[in-house]
Ligand binder design. Structure first.
Ligand code: ATP
Ligand code: LTN
Length: 333
């Protein structure tokens, strides 16, 4: 029976270990919406090779990430969880959409500009055409919503343009999806660099989901607060970005409002506040880490989830692909 629920789809590249920014900005929000939508979440491994990867590490992360998705609350019975390279339709529709995406459009993508500046020795064609593959990832499943962080909005806009362009030529083939950007946790900043988003490329200020509790506590105790001498827990993004970031993390995790947090720590300095935030994060991440470790030890189970996910995803994706092939005139047997 086809589901009546609206469809939601998103992916994360297994190009680095998952961190608190990924959890609060993306995965936690996905898990919270599981009952309201028909959800597809995948590991975008095809996308990772736009930048050189160590094959062993890519393989390890591709399975560890599935364990973490599940441990973070993405129940495989309620969500379709899969690995992009297990569903060939992504690459197939990706090629078709390459032929409907303009050079000028791809040249304007900020992620391409950023990444080609960062990897000057490897500005490959895949890095350039990445957004067409991402459009294929999305359009294959006819989703209503694509929950992503602010940084991916431009790619979803291009996906919409491609869907509209294709539909204008061939009739109603694709649903035109909406980006779905959550306000809560949309941007978590680095603990050592409160001016920049938390990212695996700055590991000292980045809390990884698989970090040991003592490592997490150390990272929080070393978190940059302010240069002011006030030593008071007050939310001021402009003048106290470090403290504001810690307050946002604490608020997102505990559900307490910023005012309540200010009251809770009134008269107490950063020496009390920083370990308290660390402790709340440890409380949240410990069961996730333990469950992920338990699942990682059960490869057979994880493989079976990937297998089932690929079957379910392929069924839907192939339906769209067949329609596309037919519309563009590929001879059908
Ligand atoms: P990089 O470290 O290379 O910038 P990343 O860790 O940001 O990569 P992505 O694969 O680009 O990881 O992001 C996966 C998802 O997590 C995206 O939806 C993104 O918007 C979200 N995300 C990543 N970092 C943060 C952050 N610091 N705060 C909130 N959301 C984030
Ligand atoms: N480009 C995204 C990952 C990604 C994605 C997608 C997200 C690939 N395909 C389809 C949503 C929908 C990133 O780098 N975070």
């Amino acid at each position: 029976m086809e589901s009546e629920k609206k469809i939601m789809l998103s992916g994360i590249q297994p190009s680095g270990d998952l961190h608190l920014g990924n959890y609060l900005g993306a995965i936690k929000n996905w898990a919270d919406r599981v009952n309201d939508f028909d959800c597809y979440y995948f590991m975008a491994d095809l996308h990772t090779i736009t930048v050189r990867q160590d094959p062993k590490e890519l393989r390890r992360r591709s399975i560890e990430m599935l364990a973490l998705y599940i441990a973070c609350g993405l129940d495989p019975k309620k969500n379709t969880l899969f690995l992009q390279s297990h569903v060939p339709a992504h690459a197939q529709l990706g090629w078709v959409l390459d032929c409907y995406t303009m050079f000028g459009e791809l040249s304007r993508m900020t992620q391409f500009k950023d990444k080609s500046a960062k990897h000057k020795d490897n500005i490959n064609a895949g890095l350039f055409t990445y957004p067409s593959l991402m459009a294929a990832d999305i359009l294959l499943y006819q989703p209503h919503y694509v929950p992503v962080g602010e940084d991916q909005k431009q790619h979803v806009e291009l996906t919409r343009d491609l869907a509209i362009r294709f539909n204008n030529i061939y009739g109603d083939v694709f649903r035109v999806p909406e980006p779905y950007i959550s306000k809560v946790g949309a941007r978590i900043y680095g603990l050592t660099t409160p001016g920049q988003k938390m990212s695996k490329s700055e590991p000292n200020g980045c809390v990884f989901l698989m970090d040991d509790p003592n490592v997490i506590m150390k990272k929080f105790k070393r978190a940059v607060t302010d240069s002011d001498t006030e030593n008071c827990v007050h939310f001021d993004k402009v003048n106290k970005p470090g403290v504001a970031n810690l307050m946002s993390i604490y608020s997102t995790i505990t559900g307490k409002s910023l005012e309540d947090i200010e009251k809770e720590f009134e008269g107490q300095g950063y020496g009390v506040f920083k370990p308290a935030v660390g402790d709340a994060v440890v409380q949240t991440l410990t069961p996730i880490r333990e469950e992920a470790n338990r699942l990682i030890a059960d490869k057979e189970y994880l493989n079976s989830i990937y297998k089932e996910g690929a079957e379910k995803a392929s069924y839907i994706a192939n339906k769209t692909l067949r329609k596309v092939y037919k519309k563009i005139g590929f001879y059908q047997l």
